[in-house]
Ligand binder design. Structure first.
Ligand code: DGL
Length: 256
């Protein structure tokens, strides 16, 4: 199956943060990037509704393309659908979860703050992760749907957005927080802005590198020909030029 496609799935532009890294590491692979923009945001919808949307979208891609693996580049989608997807498909399926374990391992005597969507935070998968690590007293959380919306609008630093972020951040006592975990792929675009707004002692981490490692481990058959990228907005294939500003923004973010 070396010439198969790697499906990278998200509710919108968040998963481009994974595609961006994959293109740097494995430029010869074929990527099908699916952004379910007709239904973004997932994070404040009902679990069953989101699961249904994901299963239908992936089934429609799978009917038309020879998929060799599926990357759910979205914490919210992973929490509600990863199990059903693994029951349905026998190809490798890689998901994402907030990097709580790496966050906890970096603590001295403070706590971590997990920033994610409301759906991720309320889901059993997240609750179990905290319970199994026995770190209930070390984790505070904050839902930031505003950042999902802003990323979709390519707004990374408007004064209105910065004021909203500052207001939301002020609900947390940052003197106790040593690590901020970005538990939503849309939030990666704001990592520099957040580090600027937060006190210097707060370290910001995300789950992207861990996910990229997992994808690398599961990629056993590599493409021999030149790779391609197809971008789909809720099933409608579009010109890749439309995602270029996001990929360029991520290039800039890395080099700063
Ligand atoms: N990018 C998604 C995540 O990682 C969520 C965005 C949404 O609410 O749709 O959780």
């Amino acid at each position: 199956m070396e010439n198969g496609w790697i499906l990278i799935f998200d509710s919108g532009v968040g998963g481009l943060t994974i595609l961006h890294r994959m293109l740097q590491m494995y430029p010869n692979e074929n990527y099908y990037y699916y952004a379910d923009v007709a239904n973004v945001p997932y994070g404040n919808k009902d679990k069953d509704e989101v699961q249904d949307l994901i299963l239908k979208a992936i089934a429609s891609v799978n009917q038309r393309y020879n998929l060799k693996s599926i990357v759910i580049a979205c914490n919210t989608a992973t929490s509600v659908a990863i199990q059903s997807l693994r029951n349905l498909y026998s190809i490798p399926i890689i998901g994402m979860e907030p990097a709580i374990k790496p966050g906890i391992s970096q603590l001295t005597n403070g706590s971590i703050c997990v920033m994610a969507t409301a759906l991720t935070l309320q889901e059993e998968k997240f609750q179990n992760l905290i319970k199994n690590l026995n770190v209930d007293d070390k984790v505070v959380s904050i839902a930031m749907p505003e950042l999902v919306e802003a990323a979709e609008e390519f707004d990374f630093n408007s004064p209105k957005l910065v004021a909203t972020i500052k207001r939301k951040l002020s609900s947390i006592n940052w003197s106790q927080i040593e690590v901020l975990v970005l538990g939503c792929t849309h939030f990666i675009y704001f990592s520099k802005l957040l580090s600027f707004l937060l006190p210097d002692h707060v370290k910001i981490i995300d789950g992207n590198e861990g996910t990229i490692r997992q994808i690398s481990n599961k990629l056993t058959h590599f493409n021999r020909a030149n790779g391609q990228v197809i971008t789909s907005l809720s099933g409608k294939e579009i010109d890749n030029e439309l995602i270029k500003p996001y990929l360029d923004f991520l290039d800039k973010l890395k080099s700063q």
